[in-house]
Design a protein around this ligand. Structure first.
Ligand code: KG4
Ligand code: ZN
Length: 390
């Protein structure tokens, strides 16, 4: 079964061709070809994704990317139906509809968040498990123990979702305001860092932690004579840990963002910050986010009795968060399997959309012969996992 997948929910235009097989209980996904164009640089000057610009770029990019796929054969077309920016979603949907109509193929609407989950559950195949000859681009989903707890962290979403079985979702908690990626991006903007801010904050925070470690090691030793020990070497801003002790799996990040704003103002503004202070801010912000997400993950794991824990979405690329969650599972949840996605699959892409589509078909959740694929797909900006797309 081959599927051509299209993703245009935000600022990445993605097209991918995948082949899927079911071997016993194992799902095997081989990416035959994948193309991805990021608009992040274009949106950087707006400090975030600008929907009409995203739409224009997707319309321009889709035919360019697809040119490479036009001689390929496939059995279905899959496209992100939501959640995301509606003008952006529509571009992919219109393109996919035309393609499916032209080749008389089923059109499969995919929930973007499900793409993050399925692709995070998958791992690169190693030779003993694979039947495909294209080992290099083959990923498999095997031995999934339910219930699965998914922590979804992206620019638009932050939620704890419980999967009792394939495609059965319950929402355990969510952000009451900003998504965590959004908070990273907004705080980065306050710190004069480029959009998307997540990777930049993470880079500075790592730098700060490494410098603090060196400082600790140097402690006790005399500071080199003739040099004054800079105050900023010890600068440590304090930010709140919103909703850390509340009795739910909900989180909130807008207060954290405001706290950064006030802290900067108290210091006399961003321009007064030394590069060490800037890095200290980034580290404290990342610490605060990770501490809250670790505490809420602990709660969600306890509450749900999940056997598998998976994280997905753009922020799942965050090194510090990955390490802290790994520590949590290792130290407190010995019987839970933690699935960390490869960095290459965490950001938006079309491969994850293809994998989610293949999972539905291979697990017989969707039957390609069924007439319900004639349905008119609509962009659903707020599509939730708990609502079926089909
Ligand atoms: O899933 P994604 O690619 O797009 C959405 O569906 O929103 O997530 C994008 C978000 C952005 O907010 C970006 O700043 C954040 O993921 N991000 C990170 C990192 N890499 C990307 N946040 C923190 N640390 C990172 N390393
Ligand atoms: Zn995403």
């Amino acid at each position: 079964m081959k599927v051509l997948a299209i993703e245009t929910s935000c600022d990445e235009t993605g097209v991918a061709l995948l082949e899927g097989r079911k071997v016993g209980e194992m799902l095997e996904f081989t990416t035959i070809k994948a193309a991805l164009l990021s608009q992040a640089k274009l949106h950087a000057e707006y400090g975030g994704v600008f929907p009409t610009l995203a739409k224009r770029e997707h319309i321009k990019n889709l035919p360019v990317l697809f040119a490479d796929f036009k001689d390929e054969q496939f059995d279905a077309v899959a496209v992100t139906a939501g959640p995301g920016l509606e003008p952006a979603l529509w571009t992919g949907i219109e393109f996919a509809k035309a393609l499916a109509a032209e080749h008389n193929l089923p059109l499969l609407p995919i929930n973007h968040m499900e793409g993050h989950i399925v692709s995070s559950l998958a791992r690169p195949a190693t030779s003993p498990d694979v039947h495909s000859s294209v080992l290099q681009n083959t990923r498999i989903v095997a031995d999934v123990q339910f219930p699965v707890l998914a922590l979804l962290v992206s620019g638009g979403h932050t939620e704890f979702v419980l999967m009792k079985d394939w495609f059965e979702y319950t929402l355990l908690g969510r952000t009451l305001d900003d998504a965590v990626g959004e908070a990273f991006d907004k705080v980065a903007r306050m710190l004069n860092l480029e959009y998307p801010g997540g990777p930049e904050i993470s880079r500075l925070a790592t730098k700060h932690r490494e410098a603090s470690e060196n400082n600790m090691q140097a402690k006790g030793k005399a500071w080199p004579s003739g040099h004054e020990r800079p105050e900023s070497a010890y600068y440590s801003p304090k930010l709140p840990r919103p909703m850390l002790h509340t009795d739910s799996c909900d989180v909130s990040f807008s207060g954290l963002k405001t706290a950064v704003l006030y802290a900067l103002r108290d210091l006399g503004g961003m321009h007064t910050l030394s590069s060490e202070q800037l890095a200290a801010f980034a580290a404290e912000f990342e610490d605060a986010v990770a501490e809250v997400l670790v505490a809420k993950s602990r709660r969600a794991l306890l509450e749900s009795g999940a056997k598998t824990f998976v994280i997905g979405g753009g922020v799942a690329a965050n090194r510090y968060l990955r390490e802290e969650l790994q520590k949590l599972v290792l130290e407190e949840f010995n019987d839970v399997e933690f699935r960390l996605p490869e960095l290459a699959i965490t950001g938006d892409n079309a491969v994850m959309i293809g994998e989610a589509a293949l999972a539905h078909v291979l697990l017989n959740d969707w039957n390609l012969e069924s007439s319900r694929f004639d349905l008119d797909i609509k962009a659903q900006g707020n599509l939730s996992l708990t609502k079926k797309v089909l």
